[in-house]
Design a protein around this ligand. Sequence first.
Ligand code: AMP
Length: 573
Amino acid sequence: MKYSELCEVYEELEKNPSRLKKTEILSDFLKKLKHEHDKQIIYLIQGKAFPDYSEKEFGISEQLCIKALSKSSGISDKEIVLKWKKTGDLGLVAEEVMSKKKQGTLFSNKLTTEKVLDNLKKLPELVGKGTVDKKMGLISELLTSASGTEAKYIIRTLLGDLRIGVASGTIRDSIADSCSDKENKEKSKEFTEAVQEAYDKITDFALVFEKACKGIKSLYSTELIPGNPIKVMLALKAESIEDGFERVGKPAAFEYKYDGFRMLVNKTEEGEIKIFTRRLDEVTNQFPDVVDYVKENVKAKSFIIDCEAVGYDKKTKEYTPFQAVSQRIKRKYHIEKLIQELPIEINVFDILYYNGKSLIEEPFEKRTGILSKIITNHKYHIQIAKQLITDDKKKAEEFYKEALKNKQEGVMIKNLNSPYKPGARVGHMLKLKPAENELDLVITGAEYGKGKRAGAYSTFTLSCYDKKTEKFLEIGKASGLKEKEELGLSFIELTNKLKHLIIKEDGRGVTIKPKIVVTILYQNIQRSPTYESGFALRFPRIIALRHDRNPHSVATLKEITDDYNRHELKIRY
Ligand code: AMP
């Protein structure tokens, strides 16, 4: 397909802010794309060259784009930077300078989507000496044969900011609209759900579109592929054990709700182990210990197992809260040292794929039955999640207490007959945790997010106030994810508020002047050497910004100490 055809669609999408209109534009385009051999054009609509599960990045800086633009247009770097400062969008600058250049020349309009995809795909593969020049070469080659509009979108794609306002929901709806009978509301809804389900299994819209073109049956027959990330199944909340029984039925499976982080561990048909997080990031290199545990203790040719990785103290062997081991996910260096310092245990609670076959349609009880056949429990390395199947409220309550005593977050309550629904928040898997408390604290630090959250702070250091020393003392960190919905404020907005208050920058993190007060929810308080206050909050989440509050009115160290003592005196759970 001509790249100019795609650019016309980009332009229309950019001009129309309404999501409905965008879906209409995109589904008209997809109707045309049905007849094209190359469905990967969908990646270009997403501003990428790879499926969503891929972590490949173009690795192109603005500086490099400026150089490539200068080379292809004959306009100096300096002039380009000046223009960029005016508009703030290198894409617009590219449009301007490349259309000027094209005036008077015989422009042949020959750039194809295939060529663009080809060159984009080569970018992440380049490493070592001469990389910058080779990247420049690939970009300049595209720019030289591009019109002004084409240059705009090439540059925006390279910088990861296409500015056409198309999120994955719009792509899903457009695929469904372009392949199903839109007039039949019932059928069309069913088709949209089938598109979403297929996407949750393979996280690749080009493949999903290919299947959708063949009809709903083809979508339904989408198989999991071990080694590709899959969206995990999520839980709803239960109010109590009784509520749990009512909603999932009797008997139900109760399991420890481990306080760690989710991992999907895959063994491919070729025998390679790959580990993914809930956000679909591949973390195999960060966890060679897990690779070994799995190789030694899981006996199967291929599989996908769903697990929670929990940290424990290497001396006392007591489980530690998630925050203590969270660095294991992020850090890419000195891994051997980290493994020694922050050991983790893998608790396996589900299996989605086993020896060449998907198990997600099978009942939960059957799936966990397979787990017990193939996993050898090895405490502190890997084990099957602690489980109790019962219809007895008292026994379930005992089990819940035991989970909390063992420093876990609570229990999961699961229906025995349910399938595994990738990507869905389901009513047949519930979580039960103790009620939460509220506190006002002040933000005194922040760390930049990664991936989708790059460019904005996503972890916030919280502090209380010590009246005696008149200092703000750290007591915990709330990490992003949940704030957005609850604050009604985006990370970017909060980041911008905090940016005015930076005192010190240090790598990914910053120290912030104590000005912004937030209300947080937390589960309980623990003694902890990690923070200056001597305490750590368990599961703090920001729920509101308090413009009305003064930083000196936040919770004091004395109040927190009293609260801690009160809780310690009571038998907590
Ligand atoms: P929440 O993050 O509060 O929505 O609770 C759901 C999370 O609990 C899951 O995403 C898992 O990471 C974690 N979890 C811990 N233990 C289990 C378990 N036995 N079964 C399912 N999820 C678990």
